[in-house]
Design a protein around this ligand. Structure first.
Ligand code: NAP
Length: 292
């Protein structure tokens, strides 16, 4: 029951029509027996500057921030914790004793899904396509987890170079190489244990300018597509065809939410119940042809 002691959380972004975060968090709160709720706030760009101070003034316990506000939100944060400080982007806020603490749980969510698949990044070689928010979080997390080599693939070379410099500053033990031509991409994929897509390619309506699905992925590799809708992207279908292991973006979505839950409540997230809710909602949406 919602009453005077209900703790509020939510998500600020645009658009949020198909967000799965309320489902994940409200399932987790219910399962943990917490009188907490999670609400969607689809806010227009022009209204964003009011949003975080408003949530704080209304006594929210925390919030998620998503596209297109992850970087703009940093202005409203008093302390940036962990990877958020390096990425200069937040996806989770904690309102605590008059301060706004900013976190970025994407990298931890990315790594937890790898751990679930029994993939240990230390000493491994990886290709990452995409140098936007998700690509940066994944690359930095892999480098911090001891990856030996990271090949960066990106449509615009300047963004890839920026990410290379960021990794070299923050986790210098990882060797970083750019793979900007088709030939470079094929050798990078051939040399790697892990192939990651951190671009929207694979979502309906995005032409494949990464070339990843045709770059020679093979059995023995792990292919991780951060796109979570559709759950089976062309890249993952190709990985299945050649017998490579696969992870889809729903796992990262699940684990980044679990991290946020722990930041807000101090408790371990009920992962299995969250995954069950996610799986059943994805099945329902697929059956009725609903998609973002
Ligand atoms: P972003 O910051 O906008 O970055 C997008 C990246 O993709 C950029 O590197 C961009 O290259 C590249 N790109 C865009 N369209 C492309 C195309 N047609 N061909 C080749 N490259 C293209 O977005 P983001 O936040 O990083 O998100 C990227 C993807 O990851 C999205 O699909 C998002 O849904 C997914 N994601 C998933 C999770 C999860 O929990 N599973 C979390 C975050 C994001 P340029 O630099 O050349 O523009």
């Amino acid at each position: 029951m919602i009453d005077g002691s209900t703790q509020l959380t939510g998500i600020v972004g645009h658009p949020l029509t198909y967000t799965l975060s309320p489902l994940l968090h409200n399932t987790a709160f219910r399962e943990a027996g917490l009188n907490w709720r999670y609400l969607p706030f689809p806010i227009e760009e022009a209204a964003f500057d009011l949003a975080i101070p408003a949530l704080e003034a209304l006594g929210f316990a925390g919030a998620n921030v998503t596209i297109p506000f992850k970087e703009r939100a940093v202005v409203y944060v008093d302390d940036l914790e962990g990877p958020a400080a390096k990425l200069k982007a937040v996806n989770t806020l904690l309102f605590s004793r008059g301060r706004v603490i900013g976190y970025n749980t994407d990298g931890a969510g990315f790594l937890s899904a790898l751990e679930d698949a029994s993939f240990r990044p230390d000493g491994k070689r990886a290709v990452i396509a995409g140098a936007g928010g998700a690509g940066k979080a994944a690359a930095l997390a892999l480098a911090a987890a001891g990856a030996a080599k990271i090949y960066l693939v990106n449509r615009s070379p300047e963004r890839a170079r920026g990410l290379q410099a960021l990794i070299e500053r923050s986790a210098p033990s990882a060797a970083v190489e750019l793979a900007l031509t088709e030939g470079d991409l094929r050798s990078a994929v051939s040399d790697s244990d892990l192939v990651v897509n951190a671009t929207p390619v694979g979502m309906t309506g995005h032409a494949d300018e990464t070339g990843l699905a045709n770059a020679g992925i093979r059995k023995g590799q792990l292919v991780y597509d951060l796109v979570y809708w559709p759950p089976q992207t062309p890249l993952l279908k190709e990985a299945g065809r050649v017998g490579a292991a696969r992870i889809n973006g729903l796992e990262m979505l699940l684990y980044q939410a679990a991290e946020a839950f722990t930041i807000w409540t101090g408790q371990q997230a009920p992962i299995q119940r969250m995954r069950a809710a996610l799986t059943s909602e994805v099945r329902r949406r697929s059956a009725v042809g609903e998609s973002p």
